[in-house]
Every structure is written in structure tokens, then in C-alpha cells.
Ligand binder design. Structure first.
Ligand code: ADP
Ligand code: MG
Length: 452
């Protein structure tokens, strides 16, 4: 700076500095010479800008861009990965059906299935973090799930923590994936444990709650309606207001390097928000912390997505148009359905399926289609097909939440099968759907008639 100024030039730079109270801050500086009438440098103007907050925001933005990129990558990989897992698990159980239960081959195949299922759970975790969460395949029983988790939660806590579980009487199914919910509860309980270093009281409570327009119970951005409330309350150390504003940020942690990752609450937040729920936190230093989650209810028989048909009979003689670009998955599903008596037509994309349908002279009862395919995707295909035949039965196969979200957005609630799925799940689902009235998919948007 001195060199530049001595030469009569402007200088710009960055530095760290101390405030009067001793705290360090980041600054941007600009020093310029001011000349008098004779052209001599008489003064200098020094501009100093505190950019601490700006730097932090930049850092956060970079962080969230990183998360976004990771999520996109995970989502892309997962699509292919789920197809592979569907084929691996499917062919494996098909092979198990053909060997004796007590043979060593059967044992080996069982290990392959177990490893495959672990891989499926791993994909789900990755996706939850990357915000491309897996779709909800069936609603979860919140109270039942907490009851099942109780022994595990107790083991997670130290013996000087008293765990109180208070389950509301009116328990309703919630529209969230079971393993995501388990992860949410565990993350909150682990945080509470860490906050109660010298023991305490931890309460996990559920209840049905109605949020009204005029009383939003501390949930700022909530949509009024009925929810299941899940609250996790501890009487641990609590948090300062400043910490509270940052707890949901990815990688924000106040814990030591090997103790905290800062991913616990950001995962909770993205799972709940993605599932259509809401999160709030209240905390006071020395008093404790309460996390409250509003979980959307999976109510009513009207939701084809949520109802899981319990079907014993898995055979049928109907004609099914199966559309899937991944050959291994298509071949496997076709084989399964054919073995149960169905007549199966196969297409590798939407356009092909459409022309097959047109050539079929109305013999097709049901279409099973993948969502993401080249040429024409599953959504477009179904829209076109139902314009021709409004009561056509439909089953989507997918691995993404986005697909479920778009399903909701159109006002139609088509049944979806989450990849990777078992062949048993496929045949049960198909039988259940064929036994129902296809018009029930139309919730708020009635089927458009052709040529209108
Ligand atoms: P991690 O637990 O790895 O630090 P989280 O995202 O789970 O990351 O939590 C972020 C931060 O929020 C914690 O480091 C802690 O400061 C604060 N926090 C979370 N839950 C509680 C709680 N129950 N009581 C006090 N502080 C909490
Ligand atoms: Mg944590």
C-alpha cells in the first residue's frame, strides 16, 4: 500500500483487522491519493469496508451449491442404480424360487438379496442428503414406528437420561417414508443426548393437531390443516439465538471435529420439508430445546398413492402394456407378469407404447410405465393414453420424489411403485389396481374427453 501511495497510485486490497472489542473481522480496503491544485499528493482517502458477513454468505452459498451439485449427481446415479437393483433383486428371488429352501445355493442367493437390500437403503440415505429424496411408497405409522424404535433409542441414550414416550391416542398414518422418519427421530434424539451432558429428561411426543389460519403454533410458513405433531423435548444446555438461526444449515455444528458433522438437522429439515411437513425449534439457554415437526397425514381412502392393497390373489388374465427403457427391468417384470397369467405387451419408450396402444384395438386394460425414458416419458404417455381411454388403469415405476410431487401437482394420484421393488410387490400392486375403479385416480382434475 505504501509503495503504491508513494507512487501516487490507488491501492486496493483485503485484510483482517480487530474491532475495538478485540474480535477479528474481514475488511476490504481502498486507498487513493488526493492531490492539491499544484498536483501534489496532499492527503489520502482510505475506505474500509467490513465484509465479514458478505464472506460468510458467500461461503454459505458455495456450500449450498456444493450440496445441490452433490444431490444432482446422487439423483442421476440413483436412477440407474435403482434399475440395476430391481433387476438384481428380482432375478435373485426368481432363482430362489427354483432351488430347494435347504440347499446351499439358496443360502448364497439369500445373501445376495440381503446385500442388495442394504444397497437400496444406502441409496436412500444418499438421496435424502442430496435432497432428491426417494418417493413415499406407503404411509408410515408414526406411533408404531416410535414404539419399535424405543429399545434402540434407550440404548442410544446414557443411563442418566430419562426417556419419556408419550404417544397421542389418535394416531394416524403419515405420508412420509418410514426409513426417513427413523432417521429424523434418531437425529433429533442424538442431538438431545449431546445437549444433556449431565443427564436429564427427554420427551418424545406425538399428537394429532389442527393448525388454524389464526393460530399457527409457532410455525411461520405453515399451511393450515391437520397434521401429526412429533415433538422432541430435552432439558439440556439449550442454544443461543445466534446458534438457533443457523442450526438447519448443512455443516453447521458447534461440536468438536470428530463429534459433529452438522448434517443432522439439515437432513431432518430437507426430509420433512420435502415430505410436505414443517419444522420449528424453540430453545432457551440452560432450560432446554424443543423440536416440533408437523407431518402430513395420509388420510382417506381416496389416495391411490397411499393405499396399499393387501391382496392374496396375484394372478390375472388382463392385457398389460409394459413400458420401460431399461431392458433388464422390463424383461424381468414381463416374465413375472406372464407367469401369473397376464398377457404382456412390451415397449421401450412412450412413443412406441402409444403406437402399440393404438394398434391394439382397445384390448389393453392397464399400462405400467417407467417415468423417465427417452423420446416420451411416462407422464406424457399416460396423459395421451387416458385421453383415448379415460378409465385406463395405470401404474408408474419410479425412483424419485420429484415424480410424486408432479403426480400431486396434476391433481391426479396415480399409483406408483418405488424402485427397486420386489416382483411380489409388483404382482400385488397390479392385482390391487386392476380390482379397483380406475376413475378414482381423478381427484380434482376430471379426465379430459377426447376431441373437446
Ligand atoms: P451436529 O449434531 O453434527 O452438530 P446438527 O445439524 O445435528 O449437527 O446440529 C447442529 C447444531 O445445532 C449442533 O451442533 C448444536 O449446536 C445445535 N443443536 C441441535 N440440537 C440441539 C439440542 N437439542 N440442544 C442444543 N443444541 C442443539
Ligand atoms: Mg446432530
Amino acid at each position: 500500500m505504501r509503495k503504491h501511495l508513494a507512487a501516487g497510485q490507488t491501492w486496493e486490497g483485503k485484510s483482517t483487522n480487530h474491532r475495538k472489542d478485540g474480535t477479528v473481522y474481514n475488511e476490504e480496503l481502498m486507498a487513493s491519493p488526493v492531490r492539491n491544485e499544484a498536483g501534489r499528493v496532499a492527503h489520502h482517502v482510505l475506505l474500509i469496508r467490513d465484509v465479514t458477513e458478505k464472506n460468510e454468505l458467500e461461503q454459505q452459498l458455495l456450500q449450498s451449491q456444493k450440496m445441490e451439485a452433490l444431490g444432482q449427481m446422487a439423483g442421476g446415479v440413483a436412477h440407474d442404480f435403482n434399475n440395476l437393483l430391481t433387476a438384481i433383486l428380482g432375478y435373485c428371488s426368481a432363482a430362489m424360487d427354483r432351488v430347494a429352501d435347504d440347499s446351499s445355493t439358496y443360502e448364497d442367493l439369500k445373501q445376495v438379496v440381503l446385500a442388495g437390500e442394504r444397497a437400496a437403503r444406502m441409496t436412500r440415505k444418499l438421496l435424502a442428503l442430496g435432497r432428491k429424496n426417494m418417493a413415499v411408497s406407503e404411509p408410515a405409522d408414526l406411533n408404531g414406528l416410535i414404539t419399535d424404535m424405543e429399545p434402540f433409542l434407550r440404548r442410544t441414550l446414557t443411563s442418566d437420561v430419562e426417556l419419556e414416550i408419550d404417544l397421542g391416542a389418535s394416531d394416524q398414518m403419515v405420508l412420509l417414508d418410514k426409513s426417513s422418519l427413523e432417521q429424523v427421530i434418531l437425529n433429533l434424539v442424538v442431538n438431545a443426548r449431546d445437549a444433556m451432558t449431565s443427564g436429564g429428561h427427554l420427551q418424545v411426543k406425538t399428537d394429532r393437531i389442527v393448525i388454524k389460519e389464526e393460530n399457527r403454533n409457532g410455525f411461520a410458513d405453515v399451511t393450515p390443516g391437520s397434521y401429526m405433531l412429533l415433538s422432541v423435548r430435552d432439558d439440556g444446555c439449550g442454544m443461543t439465538e445466534k446458534i438457533q438461526t443457523r442450526i438447519f444449515e448443512p455443516f453447521f455444528t458447534t461440536k468438536e471435529k470428530d463429534k459433529g458433522t452438522g448434517l443432522g438437522l439439515s437432513t431432518v429439515y430437507s426430509i420433512i420439508r420435502q415430505g410436505g411437513g414443517f419444522v420449528s425449534a424453540k430453545s432457551d439457554i440452560g432450560v432446554g430445546t424443543t423440536f416440533e415437526l408437523l407431518l402430513p397425514l395420509a388420510d382417506g381412502e381416496d389416495n391411490g398413492l397411499k393405499i396399499r392393497e393387501s391382496v392374496q390373489e396375484t394372478r390375472g388374465t388382463e392385457t398389460i402394456l409394459l413400458t420401460e427403457d431399461e431392458v433388464a427391468v422390463r424383461a424381468l417384470c414381463a416374465r413375472t407378469l406372464t407367469s401369473r397369467g397376464y398377457h404382456v405387451l412390451q415397449a421401450s419408450n412412450g412413443a412406441e407404447a402409444l403406437s402399440m396402444y393404438q394398434a391394439s384395438e382397445g384390448k389393453i386394460n392397464m399400462v405400467i410405465t417407467d417415468m423417465t425414458m427417452p423420446t416420451m416419458g411416462g407422464k406424457d404417455l399416460v396423459e395421451q393414453l387416458r385421453r383415448i381411454k379415460p378409465d385406463l388403469h395405470v401404474l408408474f415405476m419410479t425412483g424419485f420424489t420429484e415424480d410424486v410431487a408432479c403426480n400431486h401437482a396434476t391433481g391426479r394420484k396415480y399409483p406408483m411403485l418405488l424402485k427397486p421393488f420386489t416382483q411380489q410387490a409388483l404382482v400385488e400392486r397390479v392385482r390391487g389396481i386392476l380390482g379397483r375403479d380406475a376413475e378414482t385416480y381423478e381427484e380434482s382434475a376430471p379426465a379430459r374427453r377426447p376431441a373437446e
